[in-house]
Ligand binder design. Sequence first.
Ligand code: NAP
Length: 483
Amino acid sequence: MEEQAAKVSTSQVGIEWRLDYLQNFAELETQLHQILFRLRSPQSIATCRRVEAGGLFKGSIEEQAQLLEAAVRAGCHWVDLEMESIDRAGPGFIRRFKSVKTIASYHDYRKMPPVGDIYRRMKRLPVQVAKIAGQVRTLADNLKIQKFLKAHHAGNPRLVMLGMGPAGIPSRVLGLKWGGAFTYASPGSHSAVASGQLPVSAMRSIYRVDHLDHRTQLYGIVGSRASVSLSPSMQNAAFNAKRVNAVYLPCETGRLSDFLKFARALGFAGFSVTMPYKRAIIRELDWIDPLAQQIGACNTVAVQRGKWMGWNTDAAAVVEVLTKRLRLAGSRILILGAGGAARSAAFALRGEGAGVFIAARRDAVARRLAREVSAEVVPWGAAEGLDVDAVINATPIGMAPNTDAVPIDLARLRVRVVFDMVYYPMETRLLSEARGRGLTTISGLEMLVDQGARQFEIWTGESAPRALMEQAVRQGFDHPELE
Ligand code: NAP
């Protein structure tokens, strides 16, 4: 506990001590006193959440109160008292802590609770802060949080309101901007005590939660697994470096319509689109770049004078990274896969005058794409003897956790350049085998940074700080929960 707290202890970060996570309370007061003395933490919150309120503490309410009193004697400045205990023990429960500040808290780990009723009850209590946290299922739930925080931020007690779960990340990042008294973060990437909680380091240095204001422009990435995307690290690093007052949020949702409502209500200035919405977003656009239209996939939307404009920066990124290694016109390129990324590559490369071969496990899908771009089909697993300038892996084969898999046996192919779109791990087995054979390699990371840099340039009109964006992605890999 102390080690984790020491990592984050700064003047603007308070520390919540979750006493219910302790196995042994025997030396609590002495030990906590020593730790607080050593850390000189400006604000310490003692919390001992009981099982019935979603915590781990199995003792009685009296035992809970005694532990919290010990924490106050040790030097904590705040105590968090859950509404379940306040309701059961009566108003005398709060009066036991009148020497410190108090938070009345309510957590619902299944849904967003009826916040109006709860806040009305909390307002009658002699506490400084009312905290309401509920599991959110949709991005639109963040809008309810925004509305409630804006309506009550000047009230007494001060309000903290959070959405738990991946879809609630925007409420954690934007909570202070919306008027919340504070927001919560975890000390490290593996120590979150609630779903969707981000590390303090990410909240401060990636999302800069304490610098967002009413002029901050909103961007984000929409996808069914957007909460593990590396794009927020990459794009926020670019915004910070270029001093653009903007924040880029992970917008995870199972329904595109949910994101549309959310992005429109908050006035997003632009966003990235990832699986599985790259095709479905097209019908929401006011204008689409002709190449993106042909490909049938859009990964970048910029909002200009209220109009939604779409591009496909994957296609341009494929051309860019390959052009650095070979002359595309007249070259022969084998694409493995026939999904969205393969389509982007096929259209873009044909447009540059390259000859394209497509191999995919579903022959009919490979044939359809080949017909659209005038390419040749190679049966899946039968590329033996083919002589090409480059091969592109546009399947997820080799992606973690299946890092031993390769999409093709390089020994059976004559090829010079091997390009793997998979970027996790950064060096796939396919790339290390290619390197071992003395072939030129291109990693998915290079493409990821290039397509992201193009998005940044579309949104801001400024040149993207590519080296820094790459560094941010590499650092993102240090958080193993990220893709
Ligand atoms: P997608 O639309 O789902 O297409 C995946 C393709 O791979 C499909 O043709 C699929 O065949 C095939 N496939 C999947 N598993 C396979 C297996 N075990 N054996 C043979 N074929 C298999 O996905 P996508 O958007 O094109 O993405 C493909 C890969 O590129 C992903 O790993 C993605 O992360 C990566 N990517 C990287 C970047 C970057 O910036 N580096 C950008 C975009 C995509 P079926 O249709 O039969 O399933």
